[in-house]
Design a protein around this ligand. Structure first.
Ligand code: GLC
Length: 676
């Protein structure tokens, strides 16, 4: 059951798709506390019991259980995020509290929200939106899964990616020209490493100008796209939020003439520095500007492109023209002076504070639903509305086809229009663990098509980290190896163990009928593909504590290795399960293990997962790309003590008649069929 509570006069975000009448009764469970005069905010206070677990917050640091830290919902471009980072790229204001009572809460508010979950006071949850105007949705249901489902029904069906986008993607900032891309594809093919797409970072553009192509580096682009398609490869170009300020550049000129860019108080365009140099930000919140920007993707669609990633759309601001001027003036005053240590730190803060500065976010405006609204009040909607602009345009331009689309910044509601990758992580083991822990909370908030940069984006990776990360990444819908300019090369073929990497990646393809089917069912039935153990084994005290194992779809449990030099790991089995140890798409061993605690050896060249009791999954033969995968030639792999049934979903992967019953099949597996 969902109840809506409205405080003040909220700005409409279009996160939800159902209209509910606000309750006149008091909000249950919480105290609503007015904060000090002058602050003009109120807080929702919930006394947490010892046993309460707080799930949710989508893209955020730390554990599956969010207790013990202060998080801020504020889309934030922080490429070196760590355990102490309060906000990442997405702002996802949904939690489920599970303990003596179990309920969900969605705070629909587009500005910053502070989530103090036992940080100031160990047993108190205090939620503070930075203005007193917001909508709350309180969701009660039988259990966590039922609550998450109700929330997803409230917020609408998750984005569905084309099937090819479940293949392995190779990315790097940056492949500088067509030759480099050809080389990447050739190396994958020659080394038997499956591959479905090559992601094109900013250097495919002419001086980082959106909707342009660097003709010298990528001549005859449409022909190149076709050449790649013949090899089973999709090219996936990036689109950045900021439009380069350059006279004569058509996108800039059109935006300027039609007043599509965000403006400052004095009516002039807000100018920021991002990759292209000085840019203006299209007012994605304005219907006309959003439609205009979305139509621009046509240039690339017309050349055969079928997938995009939207970036820098928090929006990231390296500096603003105005603020930079002020900083230089201050620095100028310091230049020839002897600085004491505090002045020196001030100097440092001035320089470091130039990027993503709050003052900048409070200095430009949107024309949203007929009102002029300062950006910081709706900050978390910008990435959402940029992605919406593309998705709405695809609906008009190519209505019958699914287009791949994922974004960096997001807010709940955007999950209807595209997926998200989790931004600039580092080649750190802790970020592999963070990737694992984030999956269920992202799914809870509707983001099903998601994944992290495998191998890590920033810093130099190590071979074992790539192997372990791939071994987890083969299960995540976005399976993309991406790394930053200047870091160690981390394409699978660059390593001595490239044969092992090829085998691990080929396991993804063998599991794809299962993974795709589970993804589709989660999308169509508002379910969660990735779940904490406690969601399915509610009464199991140990399962409630597990932070590093996940259920993936209906049949399997994942137990990834995320520590360097580990030869295996401790695993908790909430029931008897069958361990599957895969070395390649068609080499595997199985073993039934009893409920309880185990130490499992897992070598670097293995993928281990568990099949739950009386469950099974379809397994294909491997392939070099999705187009070559035979979805009809399947065998069932199961752990059957009585009988297992599998609900198989399979469509053509392109069209949108998702609910066609012809896509549904049931597989059955009897006990004797799997006696090993
Ligand atoms: C941002 C993106 C990253 C990309 C880089 C250059 O940092 O998050 O993925 O490679 O910009 O475009």
């Amino acid at each position: 059951m969902i109840k809506k509570f409205t405080y003040g006069k909220p700005i409409q975000t279009e996160a939800v798709v159902k209209e509910l009448t606000p309750e006149s009764s008091r909000l249950p469970y919480f105290d609503v506390r007015d904060n000090a005069e002058g602050e003009h905010t109120c807080s929702l206070v919930y006394p947490m019991k010892e046993e309460d677990i707080v799930y949710g917050l989508g893209e955020s640091v730390r554990g599956i259980n969010k207790r013990g830290f202060l998080y801020k919902s504020k889309c934030n471009d922080d490429p070196v995020h760590q355990e102490s980072t309060n906000s990442l790229y997405g702002a996802h204001n949904f939690i489920i509290i599970s303990g003596s009572v179990c309920f969900g809460l969605f705070v629909d508010f587009p500005g910053e929200v502070v989530w103090d979950i036992g940080y100031t006071s160990l047993h108190e949850l205090v939620i503070t939106p930075c203005e007193p105007d917001f909508d709350l949705y309180l969701i009660e249901g039988a259990d966590e899964k039922a609550i998450a489902k109700e929330f997803r029904q409230l917020t609408g069906r998750s984005y569905i990616a084309p099937k090819w986008a479940f293949g392995y993607a190779q990315s790097r900032w940056s492949y500088m020209n067509a030759e480099e891309v050809r080389e990447v594809v050739k190396e994958h093919r020659e080394n038997g490493i499956p591959l479905d797409s090559v992601v094109m970072d900013i250097d495919y553009m002419e001086r980082y100008k959106d909707f342009t192509i660097n003709e010298a580096a990528f001549p005859k682009f449409a022909e190149f796209v076709e050449e790649m398609a013949r090899q089973g490869i999709h090219l996936v170009p990036i689109i950045d939020a900021g439009v380069k300020r350059e006279e004569g550049y058509d996108v800039y000129e059109e935006g300027l003439q039609n007043h599509y860019f965000c403006k400052k108080e004095d009516g002039s365009n807000f100018v920021a520095g991002v990759w292209p140099g000085k840019v203006c930000f299209p007012d994605m919140l304005n219907d006309d500007a959003r439609r205009w920007f979305g139509r621009k993707y046509k240039l690339l669609l017309d050349q055969g492109i079928e997938g995009f990633w939207n970036d820098m759309n928090e929006p990231a601001i390296f500096y603003s023209e105005d603020h930079l001027k002020e900083v230089f003036e201050e620095l100028g005053k310091m230049k020839d002076r002897e600085l004491d240590i505090y002045e020196f730190f001030h100097f440092k803060d001035l320089v470091l504070g130039v990027a993503n500065n709050d003052q900048d976010y409070a200095s430009f405006y949107h024309d949203y639903k007929g009102e002029t609204i300062r950006h910081d009040r709706v900050h978390n909607l910008y990435g959402y509305y940029m992605t919406r602009s593309a998705a709405e345009a695809f609906e008009e331009l190519v209505p019958d086809k699914r287009i791949l689309l994922y974004s960096r910044a997001s807010y709940i509601g955007m999950h209807r229009y595209g997926g998200i990758w989790t931004g600039d992580n580092m080649s750190w083991w802790s970020h592999l663990l963070m990737n694992i822990r984030m999956m269920p909370s992202l799914n809870m908030c509707g983001f099903l098509y998601t994944g992290a940069d495998l191998g890590g984006f920033g810093a130099d990776t190590t071979e074992d980290l790539v192997l372990r990360w791939l071994a987890f990444g083969i299960f995540t819908p976005i399976m993309r190896n991406h790394s930053a300019l200047g870091t160690r090369r981390q394409e699978a073929y660059r390593f001595e163990s490239k044969k092992i990497m090829a085998d691990i990646i080929s396991i993804r393809y063998a599991l794809l009928p299962y993974l795709y089917s589970e993804y589709m069912k989660a999308a169509l039935e508002d379910g969660m593909m990735f779940r904490p153990l406690a969601f399915d084994y509610r009464e199991d005290t140990f399962a409630r504590r597990v932070e590093d194992q996940l259920l993936c779809g209906d049949s399997i449990m994942l137990t990834p290795v995320y520590e360097q030099n580990a030869k295996g790991r401790y695993v908790y089995l909430p029931e008897d399960m069958k361990l599957v140890r895969m070395k390649s798409a068609d080499t595997y061993e199985t073993e039934v293990l009893p409920k309880g605690h185990h130490y499992i050896d897992i070598a670097l060249d293995e993928v281990v997962f568990f099949i739950r009791k009386n469950k099974c999954l379809p397994l294909a033969k491997g392939a070099q790309c999705i187009g070559e995968l035979d979805f009809a030639d399947l065998k069932l792999l199961g752990y059957v003590t009585e009988k297992a049934e599998y609900d198989y979903y399979m469509d053509d992967g392109y069209s949108k008649d998702y609910d066609n019953p012809a896509y549904r099949m049931k597989f059955e597996m009897e006990r004797q069929a799997v006696t090993l």
